[in-house]
Each structure stands twice: as structure tokens, then as C-alpha cells.
Design a protein around this ligand. Sequence first.
Ligand SMILES: Nc1nc2c(ncn2[C@@H]2O[C@H](COP(=O)(O)OP(=O)(O)OP(=O)(O)O)[C@@H](O)[C@H]2O)c(=O)[nH]1
Ligand SMILES: [Mg+2]
Length: 345
Amino acid sequence: MNVYIRINSLAKKNHQNKRIMKEESDIIFNFPSRISEYSSIIVGIGGGASRIVDQMRKRCFLDVGLYAFGMNRKEMNELSLYNKYLIGQEGLGSGKNRFLAEYECNNSLPVIENILKNKLITVFVVCLGGGTGEGCIRSFLGKAKEMQSRAIILVATIPHSSEGKEKRKNALGLLKALEPMVDGLHIVDYDDFQCNTFTELFQKADRKIIQFTDAFVGMVLRYCLISFDFNDLRAFLECPTPSKNINFFTLTGSVDFLRSELLEEWCKKLPAKYSSVDDVAMIIFAIEFTDWLDDSEEATELMNVINDFMQQISAGTEVKWGIYRDETIPSHQYRINIFTKCKKQ
Ligand SMILES: Nc1nc2c(ncn2[C@@H]2O[C@H](COP(=O)(O)OP(=O)(O)OP(=O)(O)O)[C@@H](O)[C@H]2O)c(=O)[nH]1
Ligand SMILES: [Mg+2]
């Protein structure tokens, strides 16, 4: 019988694991009651992705559930996340075998189904290049669709060339095959980073993924000072573009900093396939502030900058935006998170 158990309950049981797993084998899943509270979830699949989701604990919205799934018990034990699950029984990893991972994952689908049920936004994080993530992601995406998640977002990393050309090729091929199963795709390509070590590269990539996920989910789940809601997000996801790729960048600083960054060909911060602002099919952006209402002159200046920025957006581009309070931003600093979709493939 399929055994699928929460790892933290397993961790306490140490070497008795095997015996206890047998005894509990008719409890396919120890289902914590608070799951039903979450309107949206972020799910890390595989070792690297689980570590990324683990770091999101520091800044996560109340009704967003964070989950990690992996095949390596040692790696999973190191996470401090509450909702972490072992796929398969051995806990020894997939041995880089994505077929084994897929098989074990399919045995666990009833459990995954419970977690994915009735979600507004479901974000999957997966670091392509390993057996667990690559083997399981398709089953998770299929289940999310079946469970009628209203927005399915895949955040995927592409392995660095130095990890092997074949690995990269496989990852890119898999992404193509997964695209029809998602509503939005955010890709972090390790070849785009200039780093001397993998530690440095992973830290930078982790930060980018956390920023994207936080900003994207936050657009809908935080209180917005104008009415930006889930339907606006859906309109963005449904905007008919040749690919479902979502490009993202974020800027934080003084009004002067934002003026210099936003009014100087901001489009250059987007991937090279955007040759000009005319290639932007749709843009959504969030302006975040901590205390601008205290200083009306600065507020007016900020609004002038935003207005000038919007003037640069081409007439054929659909625009939506929101404005949010964020108490973690230092005084007299502002943040703008920009999401775009491209008219080109
Ligand atoms: N950003 C980030 N990327 C990582 C990290 N660890 C690994 N990676 C990347 O993720 C890819 C897949 O590694 P894992 O996540 O360990 O793979 P897995 O899905 O657990 O699969 P197996 O270990 O083969 O069972 C690697 O090729 C790296 O490119 C991490 O901590 N952070
Ligand atoms: Mg691993």
C-alpha cells in the first residue's frame, strides 16, 4: 500500500520509522485541518525548490500555504517548514531517476489532490535538472488543473551550462511540454547569472524567485488601495501572447532613483526579445510604499514619475496597476514591481 506521510511526524520516530510506517500505512495521509484555510498555495518540488519555499516563511501572506515535497529525507528534515512531505518510502532521493520519481508521485496523488483542492492561485516552484522535480511536476500540474485551481503558475529554473548541456536541453524540452498545462510561467535561467560559485548563483536565484512569487501572489492577496483583484490577474494571464512567459523586475529606492530607472528606457530591464516598448503586450505593476502620505510633496513627485513612466507605454499595450502599503520598505523609499508579457515568442 502506498505510504505517504508528513515528514516531521516521521522525524521524531527515528529508527522505528519502518515499523511505524507499516502500522500507519492505512492512514494514507495525515491531513492537518488548517489546510482548508489557505486560499492559495506555493509548492516546492524537489530539494532545491523546497529550500526556496522554506525561505518564503519569513514573508508570506496569512492565507497562503507553503508546501515542500521531496524524496530525500535528510534534505526534507533540514527544512523548518510545517507542511513538508516525503514522496516514496525510502527517503534516499530519486537517484536522479525521473521515472522512479514519477512512479512514486503517482502513488501519492490522492494526498496531493487534498492539498490542491479549491485554490485561487497555485504556484509550483521546481528546479529543473534533478530527478524529483522533473519526474513529479507533470503529475502536480495535472492534479492542479483537475482540482480547478483558478490560476496555475509554474516558476522553473533552468540548470547552468556547466551542469551539462544535456541537462539543460532536457529541462528546456520539458518546459515546452509543460507550458500547455499552466496559466503562467516564470523562468529563471542560471546562464543569465554572472557568478563565480554555485552557492552565489543559488542565493541570487533564490532571491529572484522569492521576490517574483511574493510580488505576484501579493498583487491579489494584499489589500490594494485601488481595486486591483483576481480578475485583473486573470486578464493578464489570459492575454493572448505566443508564450505564457511572465517577465518580471523590481526596483526599490527613492523617488529620484525610480525616476532615473523608470524614465531611462525601462524596457532594457526586460529580456532581449523585447526590442522596444512596442513588444509589451500587457503590463501590470504594483507600487509599494510605507509612509508617503506623510509627505505630500514627495507623494506628488512619485505620482509624476509614475505618470511619466505610463506615458512611455505604447498605445497598443494593455495596462493594469495597483498600489499597496508595505511596512517593510524603509521610509522615503518606494518599490515598483513590473510584470510583462511579450508579443513575441
Ligand atoms: N536556486 C537553487 N537552485 C538549486 C538549489 N539546489 C539545486 N539547485 C538547482 O536545481 C537543480 C535540481 O536539483 P535538485 O532540486 O536537488 O533536484 P531534485 O528535484 O531534488 O532531484 P534529485 O535530487 O535528482 O532527486 C540543480 O541542477 C541545480 O541547478 C538551491 O538550493 N537553490
Ligand atoms: Mg535533490
